[in-house]
Design a protein around this ligand. Sequence first.
Ligand SMILES: Cc1ncc(COP(=O)(O)O)c(C=O)c1O
Length: 426
Amino acid sequence: MNSHEIGSRNPKRSSDILRFIDQVEKTLASSGKFGRFGGIVVPETLITCLKKLEAEFNLVLHDPEFQNELSIALKDYLGRETPLYLVERLTNYYKNENGEGPKIYLKREDLTYGGAHKINNAIAQAMLTKRMGRKIIVTTTGAGEHGVATAAACAKLGLDCTIFMGNKDMERQPSNVHLGAQVKSMFGTFKDATSEAIRNWVENLEGSYYLAGTTVGPHPFLSMVREFQTVIGKETREQAMEKCGGKPDVLVSCVRSGLNALGLFQQFVRDENVRLIGVEAVGNGIDSGNHSATLAKGKVGVYHGTMSYRLQDDENQIIEPHSVRVGLEYLGVSPELSFLKDIGRAEFYSATDEEALEAYTRLCRLEGIFPALEAAYALAYLEKLCPGLANGTKVVVNCSGLGDKDAAMVFKYQQGKIKSGHKESN
Ligand SMILES: Cc1ncc(COP(=O)(O)O)c(C=O)c1O
C-alpha cells in the first residue's frame, strides 16, 4: 500500500493501525506526509526556504548543545515539568452511587510560564531562528497566548518580533502581548492574520522566520512543532508511571488545530490501549452551522500550505469557524490528527459553548483552578465520558492554559449578558 492510500479508509483493525502509524513514521522526515494528509503544497519559490529549514531542524534534533540549551530553557525559563495533578473533588463529582468512577488527572500546562502550552514550541523555534542567523520573527495569534509566548521567547533571545492579529480577535480578546513585540492589527480573524504573517515572511525569506504556532502549515513545520510540543506527553508518561503505577487509560484534549492535543497524544500513539480523545468546539451545537468542528464536519482540502480537513461548503469555499473562544476558531486542523481520525486511532467529539462554560465554572468551584476556556471544552466532555468508564480508569485531561483571561467573559455569561454561541463582537 502506498502512502496515498494510508488513511483513505478506516481500517479499525489493530494490526492495520500500527502498520499505518509505523509507515508514516518511516517516511515522515522525507515527505512530511501523514497518509493522504500533510505534505508541502506551496509555490515553488518557497521550497528552497522550507528545505533549508528542514535541514537545520534535522541538525538540531541530534545536536547535544542545542538540546541541552533547550532543556535548560524548559526547566528554568518555562518552569517545567508541569504537574500531573489528581483532581480529587472532580473525581468524586463523577463517582456513581456505589462510590465508583474514573480517576481524573490534569496535565497542568496552565502552570507553564505565560499560562499556556504554546511556549514549549515558541521557545524552541526561536532558538532555531537564532541558530540560523536570522534576527526577525513574524507570527500570528488568535487568543493571544501564542503571541505572548513568542514575544517572550524573542525578548529572551534578542530577536525582533512582529505579531499579526485579526481586529475581530483583538476586540474579543484584548491582547496582553507587550514584551517588546510589535503587534499589527489587520482586518479579520486568526486565519486572515495567519495569511498576512506568511505574506510578510515571504517578502523577506532570507532574513526573517515565520514562527508557526500550531501543527498546521507545510512540512517541516508539522514535524517541528509536533517535536517541540511532545514534552507534554513525555512528562505525562513518566509521571503516570510514577504516580499511578502505569500508563493512563484515556487522554482528553481540546482541539482547534491540534497543538495541545498532539503534544499529549504523540507519545501514546502506539499504545493502542490508551484512548486518545479530542474535543472540538461546536458553538450552539454541531448542527447549528455555527461551529469549529473541522474534524467532525470538515472535508479534505488544502489550506495554509498543507492537506487536511477544513471547513468548506459544497463549492469548496471556506466556511468561517465559530466558538465563544477565539482560541478554538480555525477552519483547518492538524494533518496528523486528520490521519489519526481516518485510521481510527483517535476519537473526536464535541462540546457546546454552554457545556464549556459550565465545565469552566465547575473546575473553579470544585478545585479552585481556572482552566483556559479552550481547555474547558475538553473538561466538558467528561460529563459524557465518565459515566461509561470502569472504576479506577485513569483519565488525563490536558489543562492547556490558565483561564484568568476568560474570567470576565464567564462572569458576563453567568449574568446573562452574553449568550453562548454568540460572538461578543462582530
Ligand atoms: C490555552 C489554549 N488551549 C488550546 C488552544 C487550542 O489550540 P491547539 O488546538 O492548537 O492547541 C489554544 C489556542 O489558542 C489556547 O490558547
